[in-house]
Design a protein around this ligand. Structure first.
Ligand SMILES: Nc1ncnc2c1ncn2[C@@H]1O[C@H](COP(=O)(O)OP(=O)(O)OP(=O)(O)O)[C@@H](O)[C@H]1O
Ligand SMILES: [Mg+2]
Length: 262
């Protein structure tokens, strides 16, 4: 089996809007090793969310190959996808008419193969796995704090025990303390569940706190990929602006030596 959870080769992504073609990715190559916690950074509109959606199999490549856990991403299928890849969406809305527990259970209920009592038990375990007290199980999403919403969305992404977790801006909109707590949770889940995690983030503290690898999207492809210390030393103008500004310098000062990929 490949040592990479995700392999992307010569990806080209094109959207046609009102008869006009917009090229989002061109000649994009990326390997995400098994067990890595890779952060993907890039400017707004550079195609980070589209890339995650392609790994999830929701969006298909115009050209090129996206291989996920040894299979083409396009073959994941809707039901299969949740057991192989979990995703925390950028605007990770929960279903507002469902309780916390119903939200977490949703992918299992859709499968339509397990008894309701087992689904409930599994969802309860996941609720506690993301650090929430069982007393929140029957709350509606509107009654939760921002940090709790992210945790519930994370529990939903992990409900089928996928080996690969995709996170799109997991700490955006959280206050610094909640973002720190969410980082601690992600780090422990990454370790304890032996997950491969791919995280899009603008948050440099989160990035330096968690990443074993960093990939930079610019000019429609990956312009740098590797250990955080290597990537931030790159010469691409985006890397310079993003990492070597005052905020980047401050966050980089906290940089831990990158851990080994597990
Ligand atoms: N379904 C679609 N149809 C047409 N264009 C799309 C579609 N999805 C995304 N795009 C375009 O692709 C480009 C990349 O979008 P994407 O959402 O991946 O950016 P991003 O890097 O995630 O940005 P941000 O950091 O702001 O979230 C944008 O120009 C967007 O308008
Ligand atoms: Mg995005």
């Amino acid at each position: 089996m490949s040592t990479n959870a995700v392999e992307i080769r010569q990806l080209r992504s094109v959207f046609t809007v009102a008869g006009r073609e917009f090229i989002i990715h061109e000649q994009l190559d990326l390997d995400i090793p098994n067990g890595a916690l890779m952060s993907i950074v890039g400017g707004s509109g550079s195609g980070k969310t589209v890339l995650l959606r392609q790994i999830l199999g929701l969006e298909h490549a115009t050209q090129g190959r996206v291989t996920v856990l040894g299979k083409p991403a396009s073959q994941l299928g809707r039901a299969g996808a949740a057991s192989r890849v979990g995703m925390l969406f950028q605007h990770g809305a929960l279903f507002s008419a469902f309780t916390v527990l119903e939200n977490i259970a949703f992918p299992l209920r859709e499968l339509n193969t397990l008894p309701a009592s087992l689904i409930r038990d599994v969802a309860m375990v996941k609720l506690q796995m993301v650090g929430l007290d069982p007393s929140h199980a029957h709350k509606m999403p509107a009654a939760l704090s921002g940090g709790m919403v992210k945790r519930v969305a994370l529990a939903r992404a992990l409900v089928m025990d996928p080996p690969l977790l995709l996170l799109d801006e997991p700490t955006s909109g959280l206050d610094p303390d909640s973002a720190d707590e969410f980082c601690v949770l992600l780090r422990s889940l990454h370790r304890e569940l032996a997950l491969t995690v791919v995280m899009v983030t603008h948050d440099l503290d989160t990035l330096f706190e968690l990443s074993t690898h960093v990939a930079v999207v610019a000019d429609k492809h990956i312009v740098a990929c590797g250990a955080p210390t290597e990537v931030i030393a790159g010469s691409h103008p985006f890397i310079h602006d993003f990492f070597q500004g005052a905020r980047g310098q401050r966050a980089a000062a906290l940089l831990h030596p990158p851990g080994p990929a597990r």
